[in-house]
Design a protein around this ligand. Structure first.
Ligand code: BEZ
Length: 321
């Protein structure tokens, strides 16, 4: 069994066609068929049901496909990382979720650049920083394929390639239309918000769940926070992102919860108030690869901690493994 056979098998399984797979692999159709026949003969297992159109995999083929695909993806990651290890790039590519951009990210980048300036003879500094807006979930793939070197996100990931450093827990605040009867109340309780339409905007669900009185598991992040206090909002609306959620609040269509660093957005139409519950927080993580930490990332983490200290933010210092 060799890589060429496995790649050919995955291409046929993905495209369900010998001719389409021949095109993408750059092989002639007879060579592709020969490779697959050889693979099946070597294994003594029929992997492809050739009598169906479009082509289908046998049960054994389906099992083999799942496992082989994972191995080939892993091999890609290893190849990518090995190349980066041998020649780390001068640029630092940083992925971030939009909610951290409204908060401390600009300040952290400014501090990082300020403290990592080593101008060469032409006056160019030795670090180029590229910022990419990318969801917490997509950051894992982006780290593995080399698109980013480090990611700031709000969800924990269990992935054998990824290490994450919990930076801090940021408190949520409630965003209410300015004209809302609760808008002037400085400390809010989740139970008092339950009769309002809650605007949901997260694209990722939690792997843990809370249960409600109906015992249905709750994995939507905002509903999860309410469920922890035994509260189920009466009405909800789901939107595509945080900006849309805040626009709906501004238009008087409902309320939402956002991390406190968002409290400067659209303040002419939105009133942001504290929640009395100390545990209603959103974590902020730094994600990077386990086996390859770009040489500048420890300096970036130092910049995060310096900004926390300047701002009097409580944090627990962590280290890379
Ligand atoms: C923070 O708000 O704690 C934060 C924002 C961006 C990057 C890192 C931390």
């Amino acid at each position: 069994m060799d890589l060429k056979q496995l790649n050919a098998f995955v291409a046929v399984a993905d495209l369900q066609s010998f001719s389409a797979a021949a095109k993408t692999t750059g092989l002639s159709q007879p060579s592709l068929s020969r490779l697959l026949k050889q693979l099946e003969t070597d294994m003594g297992v029929e992997l492809i049901d050739r009598y169906h159109r479009p082509l289908q995999l046998t049960d054994a083929g389906l099992f083999f496909y799942d496992k082989v695909r994972a191995v080939l993806t892993e091999l890609d990651t290893i190849t990518n990382m090995t190349k980066r290890l041998s020649a780390p790039s001068q640029a630092l590519n940083i992925g971030f979720v939009p909610s951290v951009l409204y908060g401390l990210l600009p300040e952290i980048i400014a501090d990082f650049k300020h403290n990592n300036v080593n101008p060469d003879t032409n006056g160019n500094t030795d670090i180029e920083v590229n910022l990419k807006d990318i969801s917490s979930y997509q950051q894992v793939e982006a780290l593995k394929n080399g698109e980013i070197d480090v990611g700031f996100g709000r969800f924990a990931h269990q992935d054998p390639w990824i290490q994450q450093i919990l930076l801090r827990h940021e408190r949520y605040v409630v965003a209410l239309p300015k004209a809302h009867p609760l808008a002037q109340i400085k400390e809010q309780r989740l139970i008092d918000l339950a009769s309002n339409r809650l605007i949901l905007y997260h694209q990722t669900h939690l792997s843990v769940s809370a249960t409600t009185s109906t015992t249905k598991p709750v994995t939507e992040p905002l509903l999860y926070l309410f469920a922890q206090y035994g509260v189920t909002p009466l009405m909800t609306t789901k939107v595509s992102d945080l900006q849309v959620a805040l626009s709906l609040v501004a238009a008087g269509e409902g309320i939402t919860l956002v991390p406190a660093s968002l409290r400067t957005v659209r303040t002419e139409q939105i009133s942001y108030q504290r929640l009395i519950h100390e545990n209603v927080t959103s974590p902020i993580y730094l994600h990077t690869l386990k086996d390859f930490v770009h040489p500048k990332i420890p300096n970036l983490l130092d910049a995060v901690y310096r900004v926390y200290e300047q701002r009097g933010i409580t944090y627990r210092r962590q280290q890379f493994i």
